[in-house]
Design a protein around this ligand. Structure first.
Ligand code: WTA
Length: 657
């Protein structure tokens, strides 16, 4: 299988096929030149054949383009932006920014004053250019034999029908729509349909629980929730609609009622008759959407109008609604896609990410379609394919260690395909540090160099930039088109979280080092965010789920190294006085987290803690908990500042319960 290592959250892969070639099962149709990439010391060079055909084929060419992107950003980006359709051009400036909190409110604007539409650019523009017959999406379902495909023209028709339906039920520009769907073609269709009419989509990953879904609905107050009745995950049937029902019931109690739940009948998973139904609120997609016209006029929006909200974990309990706007995001995702994967029109591109995460937004849906690419949308897991046609591999989501990198390179890529190890975040919209595959010799485990227009700096604890070979905190010094513009409804939290820690910079929350050759090496989060198989989980979210259990008095969660998942979740729990710790309670605590957040956030270990190590002012010393969790007991450091140092010995004694 192409994705077997838990270290690789997303494997984006490209295969070269003659355009219009049949089905995805023919991924091995074209065998590329067999020239092997060569390895010298710890450098892995792209093959000369690859570099020769690449969009950027040498370090010099990259450097020249990069220099221009930093020195003349307005010209650089407006040249690129001109390749898109704008109803009106931006004015007066290409961009305006203040990312220095000391100078006032943080504000980032790109192509302000211009009007455009990202759905128009992704679909109509490609159809009008004569590519209506090109396959836009190959869909592969959970069960072998379940598949489908849509050309650009067909996709446009389907999107227009849904857009018309949404308009018909009163969804307009600026209205939020929550999408809670698995990886069916209807998921990108729903995103694009919202974008077409200027509505703001907020996709919630279909692995999130009813409570997490409710939290997001309460925050963005959508007019419509789009879901399906059920989905099959392997042998199991998950009743998504029932999860939505329960979320909507909770929201109504909190004063937010959603009047419409548009439900796609996913026949392969569940019969319509078996689906619980609320008349008046629930509507079958198949009953209404196909009745609408396949033509729908585009809503032209300002480049700075919101495109979508995507909730992500932060270091405090409440998830953050990361807000992306239209113009800059469009230009940035399209451009990063093109260069990081050295995209050619005949490529078939597959990104294994789910549209519930940012990768599925930028590199399943928008980035590839804006380039007119053929994408693969995959619902289930991967069966066996020949890998001979693969050209470029990608990885994202967490530090990929050199041995996983070599496995990916040697086994998946037959020692031939360059790897794009792309560092970025929900907040950044697109790739920030990533190798251009034909340009750079790679170092396994390094994301290499910044993308065009990105100015990374490494700062020390005091916020001073450090030069040359060093390690510290990764910050960005200047805005880029794909940057998020705010946290929905909470600009203050946006400034506090990202711009106040190191004034003058955007703080990424990641640690990083730079080696003597200038390569960047990401070392992981430096805040209270854990990265489990690439899923971003805030320790505070897990803690609040644990303490919601009536017998749990207090919880402290830390990340520990995990062989498969990268990081695992390790939870220390203090029980309500008089409650004994038992196996049943342990299971129920884990269940509490599954129910509140989702199965992917279930703790790997529950450690019963009669007391937690706290300072005299009552602050939990997580540093000590991390050492206990990872059994680095000789590195506990100074424990004398604790209010009660004896809890440490007690915790160590209880380690194996
Ligand atoms: C981590 C995912 C090392 C990082 C696109 C970041 C990475 C967080 C890499 C964002 C990489 C992402 N190497 N670490 N190539 N890519 N990360 O918002 O800690 O889900 O801050 O976006 O993932 O996670 P998010």
């Amino acid at each position: 299988s192409l994705v077997t290592s838990g270290h690789l959250r997303h494997v984006e892969s490209m295969a070269q096929l003659p355009s219009g070639a049949g089905k995805i099962s023919h991924l091995n149709a074209v065998i590329l030149g067999e020239a092997l990439a060569s390895e010298e010391n710890d450098l892995v060079f792209p093959s000369p054949e690859f570099s020769a055909q690449a969009l950027v084929s040498s370090p010099e060419q990259y450097q020249q383009m990069y220099r221009r992107s930093i020195e003349e950003p307005a010209d650089f980006w407006s040249d690129i932006a001109s390749q898109f359709f704008w109803k009106e051009k931006w004015h007066p400036e290409v961009y305006a920014e203040n990312i220095d909190v000391r100078k006032g409110t943080v504000k980032i604007e790109w192509f302000k004053g211009a009007t455009t539409n990202i759905c128009y650019n992704a679909l109509d523009r490609n159809v009008e250019a004569g590519n209506g017959g090109k396959i836009a999406i190959y869909w592969e379902g959970n069960e072998p034999g379940q598949d489908g495909q849509l050309t650009y023209a067909e996709l446009l028709d389907k999107v227009c029908q849904l857009s018309n339906y949404l308009k018909h039920v009163g969804v307009g520009k600026g209205d939020a729509v929550v999408i809670y769907l698995p990886m069916l073609m209807e998921l990108p269709i729903a995103m694009l349909a919202c974008a077409r009419i200027g509505a703001v989509h907020s996709v919630v990953f279909a692995g999130f629980s009813a409570e997490s879904l409710a939290q997001r609905i309460l925050d963005c107050k959508p007019k419509v929730v789009i879901t399906c009745n059920a989905v099959r995950r392997g042998p199991k049937t998950i009743h998504l609609k029932e999860i939505v029902d329960s979320a909507l019931t909770d929201c109504a109690k909190d004063g937010v009622s959603v009047g419409l739940c548009l439900t796609y009948e996913n026949q392969s998973a569940m019969e319509r008759e078996a689906t619980k139904w609320q008349e008046g609120r629930d509507v079958w997609w198949q009953d209404v959407v196909p009745k609408f016209s396949t033509k729908c006029l585009v809503e032209w929006v300002d480049a700075e109008d919101p495109l979508f909200l995507l909730y992500t974990s932060g270091s405090t309990g409440k998830p953050k609604g990361v807000l992306h706007t239209t113009g800059g995001y469009m230009v940035y995702t399209a451009t990063t896609f093109k260069y990081a994967f050295d995209y050619k029109p005949s490529d078939i591109y597959w990104c294994t990410a789910d549209c519930g995460w940012i990768t599925g937004h930028s590199y399943v849906t928008y980035g590839p379609l804006l380039n007119g690419a053929t994408i693969v949308v995959f619902e289930g897991y991967v069966t066996r394919y020949s890998r001979k046609s693969l050209r470029v591999l990608g990885s994202v989501g967490e530090p990929i260690n050199p041995s996983a990198w070599r496995w990916f390179f040697n086994v998946v890529g037959d020692s031939r395909c360059p790897i794009s190890d792309t560092w970025w975040q929900t907040e950044t919209g697109g790739f920030m540090i990533a190798p251009l595959p034909g340009a750079w010799p790679q170092k396994p485990g390094s994301a290499t160099f910044p993308f065009f227009g990105v100015l990374p700096v490494i700062v020390d604890e005091k916020g001073n930039e450090i030069e040359g070979e060093c390690s510290g905190y990764l910050c960005i010094k200047k805005s880029w088109p794909g940057a998020f513009r705010t946290l929905y409804g909470d600009h203050e939290r946006f400034e506090t979280t990202y711009f106040k820690p190191f004034p003058g910079y955007y703080f990424t929350g990641d640690g990083c080092s730079r080696d003597q050759d200038g390569y960047y090496w990401l070392t992981g989060r430096v805040d209270d965010v854990i990265n489990v198989s690439g899923h971003r989980i805030g320790t505070a979210e897990v803690e609040s789920a644990l303490v919601s259990h009536p017998q749990c008095a207090e919880a402290a969660v830390v990340g520990v190294e995990h062989e498969v998942k990268g990081q695992g979740i390790y939870a220390f729990v203090t029980l309500v006085e008089g409650v004994p710790y038992s196996e049943e309670l342990r299971k129920n605590l884990i269940l509490a987290v599954r129910n509140q957040i989702g199965a992917f956030a279930a703790p790997d270990k529950i450690h019963w803690a009669p007391g937690l190590p706290k300072t005299r002012s009552g602050k939990i010393m997580r540093r000590i908990l991390r050492k206990i969790a990872s059994r680095q007991l000789d590195e506990l450091g100074d424990t004398s500042t604790l209010a009660d140092p004896s809890v440490v010995d007690q915790l160590i004694a209880l380690s194996d319960r």
